[in-house]
Design a protein around this ligand. Structure first.
Ligand SMILES: NC(=O)c1ccc[n+]([C@@H]2O[C@H](COP(=O)([O-])OP(=O)(O)OC[C@H]3O[C@@H](n4cnc5c(N)ncnc54)[C@H](O)[C@@H]3O)[C@@H](O)[C@H]2O)c1
Length: 478
């Protein structure tokens, strides 16, 4: 940062900052949004200056991953809880004057911020993303991109109008394992995919999202009203603030938290646009601690045949109350093999059936009369010569990710590369991001409405129900 810019920023109060940047009133007020150009083009030799909005668990991990890239600098952070702002200043601002605020809008009006990382609870994703794009910032937004089905298009629209780069944060698709899985699937190693299954069971309080609550949590140390945002008003409740995933007003349940990673991965490796039918069932079995989302849930999704893949079914499960043996597994199953994920590695098993179906064993053959059995053998020998009777040997290939594989930093690297190149697209741009988020949001709608959700993955609209348009952003609560 140049001395002049540093001085400028230091002397710029929040109010004057808002006034100084033309059009920023739209971030705060209710007037129609005017997209303002970025105040600065990031040239290949410039540092990209980032600010993180939401400095909780993932905000810290995201910031660290972003900073593992060269020529990236953290200049500001926003969070609603003072303790986290203090922590961020210590963790990231030791050698500099890290600007820290409770009000994310003060970040958006800063001319020294090129890109924002949006790492808040899910119900804030669309509001802050749209405001940031309107303010001329590049956006890295955590998954799921939006909280509800009807919010996706507004984000896509804002991204298109802004001309800015946007990346959604399901970083696992930038891992070596997912890149390899894509290569294998596209090379036809497992034949046409017919089924994808994954379970992600847990049995411990932290795994079930009961994160620690700081002892000084109160309305004096955090901004409860802003946390609520567009969610229903209610009195302060530290559990809701720090364990927001447990409540559908702020989070997206097991689907938005966990299914999303696998769905994003499957969309990445298959080039699919998404499922057309989604059904979920489940219940709250164990964690009856006031939460209003299920802790056991299974969802079934039907992906129709497209020019990229055959029809396949996806079945996903989470059980936060699995007191038995937990063996989580993710498998992509094709007609000629499977890809199984274990940790960051994967195992490809190729298995091709012989042409000849065989007979006898557990079969109807023994129930035929001797004459019919004789005739059957004759015909079988003609139809299936010896070379059609042996299967290709089962082949197992283990892919081990390189020791230095860093999917998180790589996901940011893709974002920064596109920021520098002036390209809007990324490996997980908002169109891809919404197509991956929509099925998980539909899982929740199916669970709560107790019906099958019909989804059009091409137009990205819910079928059989006039898509309830989200209110214009300017009219929504900030
Ligand atoms: N990609 C991944 O692997 C991954 C992993 C974990 C979490 N996440 C996502 O990251 C996001 C945050 O999750 P988390 O576990 O860090 O939650 P968290 O509760 O630990 O942190 C969220 C922080 O956001 C702050 N916040 C809330 N509203 C805000 C607002 N309007 N402005 C500024 N700050 C605000 C809170 O004060 C809190 O400190 C979620 O969307 C979650 O789905 C992604």
């Amino acid at each position: 940062m140049t001395a002049t810019r540093r001085t400028f920023i230091k002397t710029l109060s929040a109010a004057s900052a808002l006034a100084a940047v033309g059009g920023t009133q739209t971030v705060l007020g209710n007037t129609a949004p005017a997209y303002i150009p970025n105040l600065r083009r990031v040239s290949p030799n410039d540092k990209i200056r980032i600010a993180t909005i939401g400095m909780g668990i993932q905000g810290n991990y995201d910031t660290m991953a972003a900073l593992r890239n060269p020529d990236v600098e953290l200049v500001a952070v926003a969070d609603l809880y003072d303790g986290r702002l203090e922590h961020a200043k210590t963790a990231f601002g030791k050698d500099k004057d890290l600007f820290a605020t409770r009000d994310y809008r003060e970040i958006l009006t800063r001319p020294d911020v090129d890109a924002v990382l949006i790492v808040t609870p899910d119900h804030w994703h669309d509001h802050i993303t749209i405001a940031a794009l309107q303010a001329g910032k590049h956006v890295y937004c955590e998954k799921p991109m939006v909280q509800h089905l009807n919010e996706g298009k507004a984000v896509i629209d804002a991204w298109k109008k802004s001309g800015k780069t946007m990346q959604v944060g399901s970083q696992r698709i930038s891992s070596a394992a997912f890149q390899e899985a894509k290569r294998m699937v596209q090379a036809g190693e497992i034949g046409p995919i017919n089924y994808v299954e994954s379970n992600n069971d847990r049995f411990n309080a932290i795994g079930a999202w009961n994160y620690s609550i700081p002892t000084d949590a109160s309305t004096a140390t955090l901004d409860w009203d802003r946390f609520l945002g567009d969610a229903p008003k209610r009195p302060f409740d530290a559990k809701r603030f720090f364990r927001w995933r447990n409540y559908k007003d702020y989070g997206t349940g097991v689907a938005g938290d966990l299914f999303i990673h696998l769905i994003t991965g499957v969309h990445f490796v298959t080039n699919t646009l998404g499922p057309t039918r989604i059904f979920s069932s489940g219940n709250l079995a164990y964690w009856k601690d006031g939460r209003d989302v299920p802790d056991v849930m299974t969802s079934i999704m039907d992906y129709p045949k497209t020019d990229q893949h055959d029809a396949f079914q996806m079945v996903l499960r989470v059980n936060f109350a699995n007191a038995g043996k937990i063996s989580n597994v993710t498998r992509i199953i094709g007609n000629e093999g499977t890809i199984e994920f274990s940790e960051e590695n994967l195992i490809l098993t190729k298995k091709k059936l012989p042409k000849a179906p065989g007979y006898n064993g557990y079969d109807s053959f023994f129930t035929f009369t001797p004459q019919v059995q004789e005739e059957f053998k004759k015909q079988y020998d003609v139809q299936y010569p010896p070379e059609t009777r042996t299967a290709e040997p089962v082949k197992e290939v283990k892919f081990e990710s390189p020791k230095n594989d860093d999917a998180h930093a790589a996901h940011f690297a893709d974002f920064f590369k596109n920021v520098r190149a002036g390209s809007q697209g990324t490996i997980e741009d908002p169109v891809f991001g919404f197509r991956a988020a929509a099925p998980v949001l539909a899982c929740n709608e199916s669970y709560f409405e107790q019906k099958v959700v019909e989804w059009d993955p091409v137009t990205m609209t819910r079928k059989g129900q006039a898509a309830k348009a989200a209110p214009p952003v300017a009219k929504r609560k900030k």
